[in-house]
Each structure stands twice: as structure tokens, then as C-alpha cells.
Design a protein around this ligand. Structure first.
Ligand SMILES: Cc1cc2nc3c(=O)[nH]c(=O)nc-3n(C[C@H](O)[C@H](O)[C@H](O)COP(=O)(O)OP(=O)(O)OC[C@H]3O[C@@H](n4cnc5c(N)ncnc54)[C@H](O)[C@@H]3O)c2cc1C
Length: 452
């Protein structure tokens, strides 16, 4: 009899696991309370990147004069909203169609564990009990909001209610300067908002390479973004059309809107973990081992719920590995997920991307590193593009030449980092990059130069 695999949550973790398991012959049921695609497609990655894309186009129009063009642009917020909705719909429809064509049973409802081998799906038609040989919990997360903040969905917002906006805020106060906070700062300033960014430390992106953060801070300042450094927000009040954010050092940031971008909390309540004996940690995550198995071996956890790197790409890869494990494919060549080798990007302008070992951490740990850095200012394609900002940095082992990591700041950094990511994942050497015959003129030539 086919393996009965039940998945709760249809985001990147859940829908990837469903597709892979179905293609391997499992009988898959996927319970999703909203649309297939998850928060990733409907609320986070896709809409935010669509907003960024429009902001970048507007910025490009501003640069057009330097390319010998006369061009002017103005934003049509309604058209932007329609565009985002149509991208989301297309992605959700495509995924739903794929799953249905593979014979995955889709249940529109809320899932919970009712026992170690039983999932209950609550739908408009009532409760349905589904028996399972293996279960995946992939219910994702939601924005973290401090207890003192009263969101009103109008001017005091979380990241999910801030877009697509009915109008572009005149002055947005962004609370939090991690990846999401800087992306919001970038997208709204590119679309014409004045932005104040509250930075609780002395550097935006506190966990990133200081050289990388410095390029972004410089760009923000050039655009007129106000950085309130060393300030922690402790209150937010509405005063008519104004929003006032108070900080712990007595400073106040005033704007027309405020958005919280201070992290996320996992969706583990109401999931019935206790009914199946699944361990939930003190922060609400459902941790797993290297196969993403919880303490109950046939119940897996993936994506933001698992407390690992909160990235769509990681969630999808976990989903794939889990499906292979459920279907017993681990006996053959099966690589475990190495979270330390996950590439990630920040969609600002310039883009920022990195992978592998972080320079500051490696030096702090006394690890020997060869660090080579090449600015894009010497790259012919960057000159042609009229955008020479940023650099490529490659970190390698001085004894073996094995590529250990890298950072890229600049145009298309999110695409270019893939080359270094492949090298890091496969233990390639710097010479493997140097000896590759690359396209000319191309930004990727700076990778070969940095590897040399
Ligand atoms: C603003 C923002 C931008 C981001 N941009 C990027 C990016 O550019 N690249 C990137 O890699 N990552 C990005 N991320 C992170 C990414 O969105 C998450 O890591 C990813 O969505 C996690 O996938 P998931 O499958 O765990 O959960 P989700 O995508 O959150 O999906 C979980 C699904 O489970 C459903 N669900 C929850 N509970 C139940 C239940 N009890 N029963 C049935 N269904 C349920 C939900 O409706 C949802 O559809 C971004 C995050 C934010 C906040």
C-alpha cells in the first residue's frame, strides 16, 4: 500500500514536500487553510519583491539621463496592486494545478494533530479525520508584534498589512533594521516615501559583514533616509494623521505611518502537538533533527515552524529532503541539508547577497582565511550599466584554496551569488572559478577576478 503522507500547510515547505512525495508514489493529502503557496507567495516574498521591482524601475528611470535617455515615470498605485495580485494568483494557480495533476488531495481547511497518526482537518463541511503513516507540520509563521503596539491596519502596520498599500505613505517609520526592515526602507523610499529607520544597534543589518552594511547605509543616506541609530522603539501612538514612535533614549520619530519589522513567531498554537507528543520549544518552534524529524520520528517539521533559517528556499529544500526521507530514499546518495551553506539575499538597491562563512565571525574564531575583494568599479559591464556600486568578496581556505564563502553587493547580487553558492556546496576551489570561461562583458567576471 502507498505511504499515506499528510501535510499541514501549503507554503514552500509543504507544497514542495507534497510534489516530491507524490512523484515518488506517496498518497499525499495537503491541508491548507488559505491558498496554496503560503505566506511566501501571498504575503511575504513575492509581494515584497514585486514592490521592490517597481521601485527599482522607478529608480532606473531616474538614472536614464545618464544613459543618454529622457524618461520620466510616475507611480500608479492601483496598477501596482493589480500587478501584485495577478502575480500571486498566477503562482498559486500554477502550484495548485501542479499538485492536482499529481493526484495530491487538497483540503481547504485548518489542520491539527489529534494523535500520533491522525490529522483532523476542519473545513466548512465539518471535521474530517485522516490517518497517516507520516506527517509534516509546515504551518509557517507570522510577524512578531510587541505587546505594547496596537496595530490599526491603517497607519500602524505589520509587514503583511503594509502592502500592497492603498497609497504610498508620505513618511514611513520602519521599526527594525534586519533584512525585512531594510527591504521595506528600500522599497518605500524608492516609491517616493520619506523614511525614518529605527536601528537598535549602531549598524543596519547587525549580523552582516560591516563593509556590506556600510554600502547600504551610505545609499540610504544618499536617498535621504533618516537613520535613528542606537534607539529601541518602546511605544507607538497615533495623533490624527500622524504616528509617533517613542524610543528608549527619549528620541521620537514622527511619520504618517509606522511598520514593525522585528521578526516573526511560529504558527504552532492550536496545532495539537501535545496530542501527538511532539515537542514544542519555549519559543514555540517545533525543532527537528538533520532529517527534520521531530522527537516523534514519523512527524516532521519544516520551514519557519522548524526554527531554522527563515527562508523560502530553505523551507522548500527541507520539504524535498523530508519527502525523500519519508519515501526511504536516504539509502542512496543523499546529501543532508547544510544550513551553513545556504545563500541568502537582501533585495535592496544595491542588492546584497552572501553565502557560507562570515568573515568577521571566522576571524573572531581565529580561523585562517584568504579574503579577496574586487570592486565593480573596474568591471566593464558595470560601467556599461552605469552602476559601478559595490563589490565581490570571496573567502577561501589559504591552504587548500577551497571556497568557504562570499559576499556580493551590487546589481544582480542575488543572481551572482549562485556561482559562489555552488562552489561552497561542492567544496570547489578558487581555481575552479578562475579557470571557468565566463561571458564578457558580464558582472560575473568580477567573481573570477576576486577568486584569482
Ligand atoms: C516581508 C518578508 C519577505 C520575505 N522575502 C523572502 C525572500 O525574498 N526570499 C526568501 O527565501 N524568503 C523570504 N521571506 C521568508 C519566507 O517568506 C518564509 O521563510 C517562508 O514563507 C517559510 O515557508 P513555510 O512553508 O515555512 O511557511 P509559509 O510560507 O508561511 O506557509 C505556511 C502555510 O501554512 C498555512 N497554515 C498555517 N497554519 C495552518 C493550519 N493549522 N492548517 C492549515 N494550514 C495552515 C498558512 O496559511 C500558510 O499558507 C520573507 C519573509 C518576509 C516576512
Amino acid at each position: 500500500m502507498a505511504v499515506r503522507f499528510v501535510i499541514i500547510g501549503g507554503g514552500p515547505a509543504g507544497n514542495t514536500a507534497a510534489t516530491v512525495a507524490a512523484s515518488l508514489g506517496a498518497h499525499v493529502t495537503l491541508v491548507e487553510r488559505d491558498l496554496i503557496g503560503g505566506a511566501a507567495h501571498l504575503r511575504d516574498c513575492i509581494p515584497s519583491k514585486a514592490m521592490v521591482a517597481t521601485g527599482n524601475e522607478l529608480t532606473e528611470l531616474g538614472r536614464a539621463r545618464g544613459m543618454g535617455l529622457e524618461a520620466h515615470g510616475s507611480l500608479d498605485v492601483h496598477a501596482l496592486r493589480v500587478r501584485i495580485a495577478s502575480i500571486e494568483r498566477q503562482l498559486c494557480d500554477d502550484l495548485t494545478g501542479l499538485l492536482e495533476s499529481q493526484g495530491v488531495r487538497l483540503i481547504r481547511g485548518t489542520g491539527r494533530l489529534a494523535g500520533p497518526h491522525t490529522v483532523v482537518a476542519t473545513t466548512d463541511a465539518g471535521d474530517e479525520e485522516i490517518e497517516a503513516d507520516a506527517i509534516l507540520l509546515a504551518t509557517g509563521s507570522r510577524p512578531r508584534i510587541p505587546g505594547w503596539a496596537a496595530l490599526d491596519g491603517e497607519r500602524v502596520l505589520d509587514t503583511r498589512s503594509a502592502y500592497p498599500p492603498p497609497e504610498i505613505p508620505e513618511h514611513l517609520v520602519v521599526i527594525g533594521s534586519g533584512v525585512t526592515g531594510v527591504e521595506f526602507t528600500h522599497m518605500f523610499s524608492a516609491l517616493g516615501s520619506q523614511v525614518t529607520l529605527i536601528v537598535s544597534r549602531q549598524q543596519v543589518l547587525p549580523y552582516k559583514d560591516p563593509e556590506v552594511a556600510a554600502v547600504l547605509e551610505e545609499e540610504f543616506l544618499r536617498r535621504g533616509v533618516k537613520l535613528l541609530k542606537g534607539a529601541r522603539a518602546i511605544g507607538v501612538d497615533r495623533d490624527g494623521d500622524k504616528v509617533v514612535v517613542s524610543c528608549d533614549d527619549g528620541r521620537r520619530a514622527e511619520g504618517s505611518h509606522a511598520v514593525f519589522a522585528i521578526g516573526f513567531v511560529p504558527n504552532s498554537e492550536g496545532l495539537g502537538c501535545e496530542a501527538a507528543g511532539v515537542h514544542v520549544d519555549e519559543r514555540g518552534f517545533v525543532p527537528g533533527n538533520r532529517h527534520c524529524q521531530t522527537n516523534v520520528p514519523h512527524i516532521y517539521s519544516a520551514g519557519d515552524l522548524s526554527g531554522r533559517l527563515p527562508l523560502s528556499s530553505v523551507a522548500a529544500m527541507q520539504g524535498r529532503k523530508i519527502a525523500e526521507h519519508v519515501m526511504g530514499l536516504t539509502a542512496r546518495e543523499h546529501r543532508h541539508l547544510d544550513y551553513d551553506k545556504a545563500a541568502s539575499a537582501i533585495f535592496t538597491d544595491p542588492e546584497i547577497a552572501d553565502v557560507g562563512v562570515a568573515e568577521a565571525e571566522a576571524f573572531a574564531a581565529g580561523r585562517k582565511l584568504r579574503v579577496t575583494k574586487v570592486p565593480f568599479s573596474a568591471n566593464p559591464k558595470a560601467l556599461i550599466n552605469g552602476d559601478t556600486r559595490g563589490f565581490v568578496k570571496i573567502l577561501s581556505d589559504p591552504a587548500t584554496g577551497v571556497v568557504l564563502g562570499g559576499s556580493i553587493v551590487g546589481r544582480n547580487a542575488a543572481e551572482l551569488i549562485s556561482v559562489i553558492a555552488v562552489a561552497v556546496t561542492n567544496n570547489l576551489k578558487v581555481t575552479d572559478i578562475v579557470d571557468s570561461l565566463l561571458v564578457h562583458p558580464a558582472l560575473a567576471e568580477s567573481l573570477a577576478e576576486a577568486a584569482y
